[in-house]
Design a protein around this ligand. Structure first.
Ligand SMILES: Nc1ncnc2c1ncn2[C@@H]1O[C@H](COP(=O)(O)OP(=O)(O)OP(=O)(O)O)[C@@H](O)[C@H]1O
Ligand SMILES: O=P(O)(O)OC[C@H]1O[C@H](OP(=O)(O)OP(=O)(O)O)[C@H](O)[C@@H]1O
Length: 231
């Protein structure tokens, strides 16, 4: 009779999630040493804390291995096709705000919009014999966004980190990545296209639609909802 709550195992999302639950009387903590991914829950019975990579939480929710999970809306939409059938958004947590954007070199003075990018991509292919490369880890979201906005002549290249560096390293001509302050983009001489906002993300508490629950677990979920003032 335990509800499993998945929370990011490190960094800003973990700390702010712990604070968010803490102000609502549920004290989450990482037990053991700094490197041990075990968690403890005080202030409510029947809830188990599972510490996971933020990027794995969508899949764990979809598989029903955790009942509740905190992660960014960007990661849920990217990792879960038909996400609305698999998870329910219970609450935006008011932190982890970040924009997924398309950015190009600041030096490309003729490219400020997606239409410009489309034209530049066609010219790039004619000049170089291969498609303009956009580095990202958000393949699904970027592909859908560019398709919906009529940009076709490009290829995605996978980048799982330090994405803004790919342009300087000449493994991509443009990037699609998360930004919050814009510092990383500026430091890498990149600019966001004026209509290049793919998605605005926020840390969110999700419920797995497919996770089986016993009557006892349903009661725990109801108690948790009351304590978190979700209703
Ligand atoms: N600079 C930022 N400011 C605010 N939120 C951010 C920022 N960068 C990433 N995020 C958000 O944090 C969440 C986790 O990001 P990311 O996938 O980079 O996790 P991570 O810390 O690399 O963890 P892991 O690799 O363990 O999954 C995402 O929802 C993302 O939108
Ligand atoms: O707009 P800013 O405030 O500069 O933040 C943006 C950066 O933050 C994230 O990286 P993170 O630190 O998570 O590292 P990563 O390269 O592993 O994704 C994101 O991927 C950007 O690189």
């Amino acid at each position: 009779m335990t509800i499993k709550l998945g929370v990011p195992s490190k960094g800003r999302l973990m700390e702010k999630t712990f604070d968010w639950f803490g102000t609502r009387g549920i004290v989450l903590s990482r037990s053991g040493s700094d490197r041990e991914y075990a968690g403890a829950v005080e202030g409510i019975d029947g809830v188990e804390l599972v510490l996971l990579s933020a990027g794995e939480i969508p899949r764990e929710l979809a598989a029903g291995r955790i009942h509740l999970g905190v992660t960014g809306t960007d990661l849920v939409r990217e990792k879960l096709g038909g996400w609305e059938q698999k998870v329910e958004e219970l609450a935006g947590l008011g932190f982890g705000h970040a924009d997924l954007v398309i950015a190009v070199p600041a030096a490309w003075v003729d490219v400020d919009t997606l239409d410009d990018l489309d034209a530049a991509a066609a010219a790039f292919r004619a000049a170089h014999g291969f498609r303009l490369r956009i580095a990202t880890k958000y393949h699904r979201l970027v592909r859908e966004f560019l398709r919906d906005h009529g940009v076709a002549d490009y290829q995605l290249v996978d980048s799982q980190g330090a994405t803004e560096g790919t342009v300087k390293n000449e493994t991509a001509e443009a990037v699609a990545d998360i930004t919050s302050t814009g510092d990383t983009l500026r430091a890498n001489h990149l600019k966001v296209l004026s209509d290049g906002l793919v998605l605005q993300s926020e840390a969110t508490l999700f419920r797995a639609r497919g996770a089986g629950v016993t009557d006892g677990e349903r009661e725990v979920l109801a108690g948790l909802s009351r304590q978190l003032a979700l209703d």
